[in-house]
Design a protein around this ligand. Structure first.
Ligand code: SAH
Length: 354
């Protein structure tokens, strides 16, 4: 049984979270369980105000290059997991990746995110020269890597080669929940250690989690929020879980857009400076998901720079949007979406503001 809160009590909870930059499990449950629209409107308004106090009405773009869907991991939720033999695998060569960066640069992108499965083909000997080439050709751009778990030495080499940021979602801050989402060969401690290593080396770090992943509870979400509040990653990627075919979770229900939006707002109140993407997953479950994300306190969008023929194969979940649109189309589409809710997409690296 949860206590029933009236609008005023909920608004007081929201004010308290904003002032203290902290939340209790009870407060979280109250905000997740309520169907009080005026309280939720208030939550979103507060989150927008906080985001605007740090970043104004700027929304930053990150060009996502999904350069390999080969993966040696077997995450139970992920459509490109090792055991999904239905996925046709691909790898982009360095020249193609550079070409994606060039097209992105033309369109005003100043951050390139290189993401892949955990693909041993791209060992340090391969990826270090690639990062160096991108760094040399685009000195005014941020290079973000999202290659999964690697050794501290490898992270260091990539940083020295010119990478600035690293995205590695923690997936869940609860070790038992992590064990439910991943096979026994993967370790929650190791993933958390990777995040600490990245931070120590000097990367701007992105953590994050799915909303509505199987086994998620208010308690595990509470731990996620406490982790974000205390670790203070520069970025936090959250989007709804979306069932992927040919995975153990293929028949699990999708996460909720509404719940994702509330969590975006709460994250903004807990960590005012965080860079918070309105994710493609959010846009996949709701045609206006990304606009709603910005209105809930997000300030980043991630247009897809991958060659269109490869995009359907990077199928981490089903129904992913923007598969056929080239980058200039994606950019103008996102720009008008963002302007429609009163924000401005800027040509800028979009670094974390201290
Ligand atoms: N190999 C990299 C990139 C993984 S894909 C890594 O391990 O970091 C990027 C993110 O997509 C994952 O961290 C996960 O949170 C998210 N994701 C994977 N499967 C998903 C699904 N079915 N629904 C929603 N998000 C998913």
């Amino acid at each position: 049984m949860t206590a029933a809160y009236d609008t005023e009590a909920l608004k007081t909870i929201i004010d308290t979270i904003r002032q203290r930059r902290d939340i209790t499990l009870e407060q979280l449950s109250a905000l997740l369980d309520t169907d009080d629209h005026s309280a939720i409107d208030y939550l979103r308004t507060q989150a927008r105000e906080v985001a605007q106090s740090v970043y104004g009405n700027a929304v930053f773009m990150r060009g996502l290059i999904e350069f390999s869907n080969v993966c040696s991991n077997n995450c139970r939720y992920c459509g490109i997991r090792r055991d999904n033999t239905a996925t046709e695998r691909y790898r982009l060569n360095d020249d193609t990746i550079l070409e994606c960066c060039r097209m992105g640069y033309e369109c005003g992108l100043r951050t390139f995110v290189l993401q892949s499965g955990e693909d041993g083909h791209y060992d340090d000997a391969h990826i270090v020269p690639l990062v160096q080439r991108i760094r040399a050709e685009f000195p005014d751009c941020a290079i973000t890597l999202s290659l999964g778990e690697r050794s501290r030495e490898s992270y260091q080499k990539l940083f020295d080669a010119g990478a600035n940021r690293y995205l590695l979602r923690h997936e869940t801050a609860d070790a038992d929940h992590y064990a439910y989402l991943h096979p026994a060969e993967m370790s929650w401690e190791h993933r958390m250690q990777c995040l600490r290593n990245l931070r120590d080396i000097g990367y701007q770090v992105g953590a994050g989690f799915m909303v509505g992943s199987p086994g998620q509870t208010h308690e595990t979400l509470f731990k996620d929020l406490q982790f974000i509040r205390t670790f203070k990653p520069e970025m936090c990627g959250i989007g709804p879980f979306i069932a992927a075919q040919n995975t153990p979770f293929a028949h699990e229900p999708n996460g909720s857009v509404e719940r994702t939006l509330r969590l975006l707002s709460i994250l903004r109140l807990l960590h005012p400076h965080v860079l918070l993407p309105a994710t493609t997953a959010l846009g996949t479950l709701n045609p206006f998901g990304r606009e709603l994300g910005i209105q809930a306190g997000a300030n980043v969008v991630m247009p897809n720079l991958s060659p269109t023929e490869n995009r359907p194969k990077y199928s981490i979940y089903d129904g992913k949007i923007c598969l056929g649109d080239d980058i200039s189309h994606c950019r103008s589409c996102l720009e008008s979406r963002i302007e429609s809710v009163g924000y401005k997409m800027v040509v800028d690296r979009g670094d974390y503001k201290n």
